[in-house]
Design a protein around this ligand. Structure first.
Ligand SMILES: NC(=O)C1=CN([C@@H]2O[C@H](COP(=O)(O)OP(=O)(O)OC[C@H]3O[C@@H](n4cnc5c(N)ncnc54)[C@H](OP(=O)(O)O)[C@@H]3O)[C@@H](O)[C@H]2O)C=CC1
Ligand SMILES: Nc1nc(=O)c2c([nH]1)NC[C@@H]1CN(c3ccc(C(=O)N[C@@H](CCC(=O)O)C(=O)O)cc3)C=[N+]21
Length: 309
């Protein structure tokens, strides 16, 4: 069909609907939960929230809703911001020992004074549905079965869905955190991508990004990655969740933007995830998937093949 003359000839990217993808994944998970229940196992996820960060409370609530909708058991543990390390470690020890709990997530970041490394280390690796325990990180890096960090796992699922085989593709991950950047790079390496990890000391970040067939932005800087950093046709995964002032919505209101400047990137990319509605919903769905995997393994049942990555 002819383009109307007012529309520029350039094509715009496909918008990757993470929300719909996550809904499909959650529906499959609910089926696996039903099957596990028939074998006497109800997958249980414990979420621990220390302090009262409003954004964290939103995520914890969403996790609770998704857990219930999938037919799983949810356990919420709220501790005051001034809870001691000892109290938190005692709670984790109890959850480790509780046979009804198959997944344990301690919401990060923790309030000052608490040592996140020690807390993660205390979680039983087989219940570490975040994939943050050094045993899971090491297992992923050496190619063994591991609990894989939910956010990178969700990103990978969307990439595989968009691109099929990722072998040989140039992937640039911007950000090197333990929770997103590094495990994302490991997963892409496992998929046979040529992986570059960029960070705050990277020289010519725009030039590095321009080489990439796949750009994953996990920086925490609103709209940093510009359209002219993107190779035409590349796939862009925006992990960033940034709250910025939105006075147009009323005084004191905020809105969510990613680490990618969506409006310019969408003009160049082949496909791109939006914020909200991209990576975030996939993170929660993958958390449920990891809980089903953990519940299966802890009961000597083979995890569902379609959830294995
Ligand atoms: N959608 C989801 O489910 C999730 C979203 N997030 C979001 O993803 C983003 C990243 O989170 P997280 O990984 O925890 O963040 P961190 O703050 O732990 O890491 C940020 C990384 O970005 C790098 N960086 C910072 N500034 C620049 C810059 N100017 N140029 C290049 N690199 C830079 C840092 O480099 P250096 O190491 O050199 O300091 C660091 O490696 C945040 O917006 C967060 O809210 C996080 C988790 C889940
Ligand atoms: N131990 C631990 N594990 C985590 O996985 C973890 C964490 N700590 N701390 C915080 C980050 C952040 N995170 C998000 C999860 C879902 C959405 C999400 O669902 N976002 C919606 C919008 C939600 C909103 O409106 O705020 C979306 O992008 O569409 C976002 C962010 C998990 N994290």
């Amino acid at each position: 069909m002819d383009q109307p003359t007012s529309v520029p000839a350039s094509s715009t990217a496909r918008i990757i609907d993470g929300k719909a993808f996550a809904a499909g994944l959650r529906a499959r998970i609910a089926g696996h939960v039903t099957a596990l229940k028939a074998q006497g196992v109800t997958p249980g996820l414990a979420v621990v929230l220390v302090g009262e960060d409003p954004a964290s409370e939103v995520y914890v609530r969403n996790k609770g809703i998704a857990t219930a909708e999938a037919g799983m058991q949810g356990f919420e543990h709220k501790l005051p911001a001034d809870a001691s390390q000892e109290t938190l470690l005692e709670l984790i020890a109890r959850l480790n020992a509780d046979p009804a709990v198959h997944g344990i997530l301690v919401q990060l970041p923790l309030p000052g004074g608490l040592d996140a490394d020690k807390v993660i280390d205390a979680i039983a690796p087989e219940k570490d549905v975040d994939g943050f325990h050094v045993q899971n990180v090491g297992r992923l890096a050496t190619g063994m079965d591991a609990m894989v960090s939910c956010t990178p796992l969700g990103c990978l699922m969307m990439l595989r869905d968009q691109l099929g085989d990722l072998s040989g593709l140039e992937a640039v991950v911007v950000g090197r955190s333990n929770i997103v950047g590094k495990p994302m790079a490991q997963l892409l390496l496992r998929e046979n991508c040529t992986v570059t990890i960029a960070h705050s000391r990277t020289r010519d970040l725009a030039g590095v990004c321009r080489r990439a067939d796949i750009v994953v932005a996990a920086v925490g800087r609103p709209r940093m990655v510009q359209g002219d950093w993107i190779k035409p046709g590349a796939t862009v995964i925006d992990v960033g969740i940034n709250r910025i002032p939105a006075p147009e919505r009323g005084e004191g209101r905020v809105r969510l933007v990613g680490d990618v400047d969506f409006d310019s990137a969408v003009q160049v990319a082949g496909a791109i995830t939006p914020v909200p509605g991209g990576v975030g919903p996939m993170t929660i769905a993958c958390l449920l998937a990891n809980t089903v995997i953990a519940a299966s393994r802890l009961n000597g049942i083979a995890p569902p093949a379609d959830l294995a990555y």
